[in-house]
Design a protein around this ligand. Sequence first.
Ligand code: F6P
Length: 552
Amino acid sequence: MARLTDRKTWKDLKAHAALPQARDIVNLFASDPQRAERYCLEAAGLFLDYSKNPVSDETLQLLLALAMDAGVSEQMQAMFDGRRINITENRPVLHIALRNQSERPIHVDGRDVMPDVRAILQRLGEFSESVRNGKLRGATGKAFTDAVNIGIGGSDLGPLTVCSALRPLAHGGPRVHFVSNVDGAHLAATLADLDPETTLFIVSSKTFTTQETMTNARSAREWLLTNLSGAESQNSVVGQHFAAASTNLNETAGFGISPERVFGFWDWVGGRYSLWSAIGLPIALAVGFEQFERLLAGAHAMDEHFLNAPPESNMPLLLALIGIWHANFLDLPTHAVLPYAQDLSWFPMHLQQLDMESNGKRIDRAGGTVEYTTGPIIWGAPGTNGQHAFFQHLHQGTQVTPCDFIVAAKSEWDMAEHHEILLANCIAQSEALLRGRAKEEVLEELHARGIDGQEAQRLAAHRSFPGNRPSNTILMERLDAHSVGALVALYEHKVFAQGAIWNINSFDQWGVELGKGLAKEVLNDLRAGRASPDHDQSTVAMINRICAIRGK
Ligand code: F6P
């Protein structure tokens, strides 16, 4: 098979990008009064306006031809069919099974996984409701008022993002806290406000061996045993105050967690795609199992859309192709995610893991080094706060950053006036990025204020904006469980389609392993009080300096 960059579809796009009008969005609107109506679509309760991007009908046709050429549809089908598309770990990739609400079976090695998925969901439902209604209690007989999720990466960010997004629905259950960082400050500060008698811990770890999570889990266990000593036997205390979400049932038992409090999942669920599995337990605890099911339904609706919608009106595919146009053909290396929703403040970070851990790859599926840009740098923060921090760069910086604005038309909070202001700012920012501000317009305004001549020219240069800066806007009626599910799944499939086109394996993460291994060696050195000579010079010096400061 020809390399991606040698293909006609790729070369056609390169030639198209070299045309002088390739970046002129304003002109695309001027020449097509129907553009706003045509360059938008709806799916799973989400509305996407992609008209403010430098793409014409011809650009879209070329991009769709690239997608077809790269076999995106076939790869998507392979994922939904349970084939082992994670080729470096020889695993299927089936987060879509976790939210499959159709009657369709999903087979792995000839066996339908859906009965197992449903069985765990039922147990999650029963457990979360028993904690919420106070039937399940701690070792001293008190109901749980607080639950602490201990996990990191996908075992933290997914449920944290959703719990935060659904904050207005969090009543009737325990307060849910998240501890991820091995920095003791995280656990200590969280425990400081908690009562051990009424605190439930959930250790969320696919492997149950992650250094940070296990360190936090052991310290939490010690805190519990120290503060509940005398209540009952140690085993019983741990058994009643700990639950786990993991694929490693041997390790959970070794930790002392009773089997009926362990919620399993499978190796075909990647960490960053796991919030739909038992890793979603904190969500069910916080907002109730019914809402968790609505979240799954929203994601399933997006799965069905991705699977069945034609390419030209397929929302995840279009987002993927526009992203590829920006990254590979217009050379725009970063992508900003700007939710105009305080409750989505963790969403940019969740997408950072989802996108950068999936597509931050430099080796293609055949084992060769890629010759093109793959996953962009994802960053962002909620609006309006970002406006007062980095938006200056978005409007006038030398690098152009494509942006995704995400906003709900209605608020979940009882502050109508605030929401109108929020919406106005969101809309205004994408408009300002598009149209910019011509120097003539600034000069006119300066003249009206009595500033003329050289001074007006000098100021006008600083005050004008180039415009033509691309953005998508994703609008939903409200930020509820269904739309949050659809939103997260939308980005999962966008990332999938991009990885398929770039011909990389989006489902492993070998790049994080080297640092993990070295950290163990450095830890041995820090404990011994001196660096082993196997490190590089700078590392030896740093370890020894730290040992000296610490008096080792
Ligand atoms: O950092 C790599 C990673 O494996 C992530 O992909 C994963 O979400 C995280 O670590 C946590 O892993 P685990 O759930 O096994 O503790």
